[in-house]
Design a protein around this ligand. Structure first.
Ligand SMILES: Nc1ncnc2c1ncn2[C@@H]1O[C@H](COP(=O)(O)OP(=O)(O)OP(=O)(O)O)[C@@H](O)[C@H]1O
Length: 356
């Protein structure tokens, strides 16, 4: 068997306190983020918050105004130096797929394989086409492939030279929802199989949660929180993160003990201490899955709106106090707007912020 160039796995990519901007004005500041071997990181935030700018700085297209980016302890960028993009061992996939239209699929994948023997290139093309589920597409041209297939080829092309890190800027946003749902887990599996670390930029929470091990939530040029999707969803550090991620409402509440709070939902005991003093006035985060429809419950809510989501219903219910929250119900519990339904409170993670 032909000896392939060895896999160069990333050990650590580290962004330390970096600032990036345009015409001397920073648009990203004090950004700290780190991913290690085989991890997929994600920059998630609303439009204009600086995700692409940060990604472009990692790629080497934007110089730093401050801080440092290191890859396996080698400085890629600092305020005084910027290693050129082609010297970084970083692959890229963008939203506009940009395969070379005049080259076959095989030639597209081979494009970055400089210094490889013919045999190695051929073996790599065949291996990657099989990996991305496009065996036999070698001689086809990009225009004869669907959007999803082209994005698979773009991925194969980007990982062909075995980069240490793959950067993906909104790679799925040109695809329809169904295709995206299929492609996202496939691409995660391919990256994990190839042990390629990656950073994805998206404004789509579902995509971030499906792809990433570590998510950085950004707002107005700052990283507000870094954590696993579970941590970000269940332990948001700020109101912005809580409301940007998933749905929910804040209910006014009063702290009644180390792990206890009293609200419009009654007295709730959480599964860990919340750090607030008894008597403190807080706003309690209530997610849709915290309140479940329960026919047997004496605690009632009035349905004010509803969404059928296939496998479940999402209701908006007015509580006895007059506040409105979400409520989950399995898909065969089809109730009408204006109807009263029983609610069971299933809230054990108490996420609270001081009342404004
Ligand atoms: N080349 C540029 N010159 C000047 N300002 C820029 C440039 N590129 C981006 N900006 C500004 O920097 C800020 C961050 O933009 P960036 O594209 O990084 O955000 P984003 O989070 O990726 O947004 P989106 O999700 O809409 O792509 C914006 O205010 C944008 O207008």
């Amino acid at each position: 068997m032909t000896a392939m160039p060895p896999n160069k796995m990333l050990k650590e990519l580290k962004l330390s306190n970096i600032a990036v901007g345009y015409q001397g004005i920073p648009v990203v500041q004090e950004a700290n983020f780190r991913i290690i071997e085989g991890q997929i990181g994600c920059l998630l935030g609303p439009s204009g918050c600086g995700k692409s700018t940060l990604l472009r700085a990692i790629a080497g297209f934007e110089p730093l105004m401050g801080g440092e980016i290191t890859l396996d302890n080698e400085v890629l960028s600092s305020a005084t130096e910027t290693l050129s993009p082609e010297k970084r061992s970083i692959g890229m996939v963008f939203q506009d797929i940009a395969l070379f239209p005049h080259l076959t699929i095989g030639a597209n994948i081979a494009f970055g394989l400089k210094g490889w023997s013919k045999k190695e290139v051929q073996a790599r093309i065949e291996y990657l086409l099989e990996l991305v589920g496009l065996e036999g597409y070698n001689e086809r041209y990009p225009h004869s492939l669907s959007g999803g297939q082209q994005q698979r080829v773009a991925l194969a092309r980007a990982i062909a030279p075995k980069p240490k890190l793959l950067l993906m800027d909104e790679p799925f946003s040109g695809l329809d929802a169904k295709l995206r749902e299929e492609l996202v887990p496939d691409i995660r599996a391919i990256l994990q199989h190839e042990k390629v670390s990656a950073i994805l930029v998206t404004h789509d929470q579902a995509e971030a949660f499906a792809m990433a091990d570590q998510v950085a939530i950004m707002e107005a040029g700052r990283i507000l929180q870094v954590g696993t999707p579970y941590e970000i969803y269940h332990e948001p550090v700020s109101r912005f993160v809580a409301m940007f991620i998933g749905q929910g409402d804040f209910l006014p509440a009063v702290v009644c003990g180390d792990n206890c709070v009293h609200s419009d939902l009654g007295e709730i005991h959480g599964d860990m201490e919340h750090g607030f003093k008894s008597g403190a006035k807080v706003d309690l985060l209530v997610r849709p899955d915290d309140i479940l429809h329960d026919d047997d419950s004496a605690f009632k809510g009035l349905i004010v709106s509803k969404w059928f989501r296939g496998s479940y219903f999402l209701y908006r219910v007015k509580l006895p106090s007059g506040k409105v929250t979400y409520c989950f119900a399995s898909s065969h519990h089809n109730h009408s707007i204006g109807q009263e339904i029983g609610l069971s409170v299933n809230l054990d993670h108490l996420v609270m912020f001081p009342t404004h």
